[in-house]
Design a protein around this ligand. Structure first.
Ligand code: 4AD
Ligand code: MG
Length: 432
């Protein structure tokens, strides 16, 4: 008998098939039991009738309990009431492993700490299943977007000798005789090297920030997608980000719509996302915030509260551009018309989600880069290779980093970023 996945069952109506999975729910009377089965592809009701499977097999099937693994053979039939439109009438039930204790996650109201302690089991919950499918769709969208545009994927290293973003939140590692190295905060510097070889490049991988922030937006280990393009200037960069984020939203709407609906996402909010995205300069944003009673001053970085206020103003994500150079990283290109600000942008996701992208045009002048490294007290010798890029055929170039989990949290409408990644690493959690 053919082993098939639940998601494909509607193509097998009237046929006999085999399913392999787990018990999600079960109710039983003396003569018939209804098992809600999951197999990693979907959910379906399995009907086990004593009169069909026989007394002995019915007794075996009756031993199945929550999260027991089992194989079932039977006939697929339509069921108008089922969300999938089909159910399986069992002809034979084969238990694989029956737990000897109760599955720890039973109730609807477990505390979040309890659920995170049991994350390895919580992943089996329906809501988590849908969220992980949305994550998968976001990641597929990202790769597809770049590959359709002839970008080359360049995988950047995790161990780095030079600080990529800021000295404040590094994880230091002892690296044999070399001494201290860091877990990467960003692959940007390496992508800058790669774009001089390959033109348009991107990466997608884990990054690390020893941030003591315990907010719904911060992870210690998170995935970033970065892109870097030789000869791109600020405006090209902003347009690329707009295209990417719009593409991700459309892809998820087209490929994971049911997953969004299943977790209660207000899909109409995503459907309102339109190009072009609104834009504000940093200076305009400060004036806007001050008018609304904020005591933020020009020169301060925007905090989470400010980002929330700004991103709630629009249906689409909003670009905040031209930040003061002192509020931003060392590598950003000053604006020729006002060198106090840099050619950069942050993209703030709508509905109050805040920053999902950090971006800029990079300094391509050798002397200016040396000056900025010194100003930031960064050790020039560790940046010898980075400076080489400004010595040998230097060109204007630009790029950005998109926080994958922040993007997922926004697209899926999650309250907290910890659900956007299979095993979250937060300030107080590396287990499981
Ligand atoms: O703004 P960031 O720090 O930018 C960079 O690292 C640049 N070097 C990227 C580049 O230009 N190639 O980080 C980029 C994005 C943020 O906008 C945010 O979405 C996400 O990474 N991010 C985090 N996500 C989860 N937890 C954290 N602690 C994050 N820190 C940054
Ligand atoms: Mg940033």
């Amino acid at each position: 008998m053919e082993w098939v996945y639940i998601k494909d069952l509607k193509d097998y109506v009237g046929k006999d098939v085999e399913l392999r999975g787990w018990v999600r729910r079960k109710r039983s009377s003396g003569k018939i039991s209804f098992i809600e089965m999951r197999d990693g592809s979907g959910f379906v009701q399995v009907v086990v009738e004593k009169s069909t499977v026989g007394d002995e097999n019915f007794a075996q099937a009756d031993k199945l309990r929550l999260e027991a693994s089992f194989i079932v053979r039977g006939k697929v039939r339509t069921d108008e009431r089922a969300p999938s439109g089909v159910e399986l009438l069992a002809s034979e039930v084969i238990p694989v492993q029956i737990p000897s204790e109760d599955f720890p996650i039973q109730k609807a109201d477990h505390s979040i700490d309890f659920l995170m302690d049991n994350r390895h089991l919580w992943l089996r919950a329906k809501r988590q299943f849908h969220i992980l499918k949305i994550r998968d769709a976001v990641i597929k969208a990202i790769r597809k977007f770049y590959w359709e545009r002839d970008f080359v994927q360049v995988d950047t290293p995790i161990f780095t000798g030079a600080i990529g973003e800021s000295a404040g939140n590094l994880f230091e590692i002892d690296y044999f005789d070399y001494g201290k190295v860091y877990l990467t905060q960003t692959g940007q510097l390496y992508l800058e090297a790669a774009c001089m070889a390959l033109g348009k490049v991107f990466n997608l991988g884990p990054t690390f920030r020893a941030e003591k922030s315990k907010t719904r937006r911060h992870l210690i280990e998170f995935w970033m997608n970065e892109a870097e393009v030789a000869y791109y200037e600020h405006e090209d960069n902003v347009r690329l980000q707009e295209d990417l984020v719009y593409y991700i939203v459309q892809y998820v709407l087209n490929n994971a719509y049911d997953d969004l609906v299943e977790i209660g996402r207000d899909v109409s909010k995503l459907e309102k996302v339109q190009k072009p995205f609104p834009r504000m300069t940093y200076t305009e944003a400060i004036e806007f915030l001050q008018k609304r009673g904020s005591d933020i001053k020009w020169g301060d970085d925007l905090g989470a509260d400010e980002e929330t206020i700004l991103s709630k103003q629009f249906d689409s994500p909003v670009f905040i551009t031209h930040y003061p150079r002192h509020a931003k990283a060392f590598y950003m290109q000053p604006d020729p018309s006002n060198p106090e600000v840099v050619l950069c942008d942050d993209l703030l996701a709508s509905e109050g989600y805040g920053e999902i992208i950090g971006a800029s045009q990079r300094i391509h002048d050798y002397d200016l880069m040396v000056e900025r490294l010194e100003e930031n007290n960064l050790p020039i010798d560790k940046y010898d290779w980075y400076l080489d890029l400004r010595k040998f055929g230097s060109v204007p170039h630009s790029g950005f980093g998109l926080g994958v989990e922040r993007t997922i949290a926004w697209v899926a409408g999650l309250e907290h970023i910890r659900e956007a990644i299979p095993f979250a690493r937060t300030l107080y959690r590396v287990h499981p």
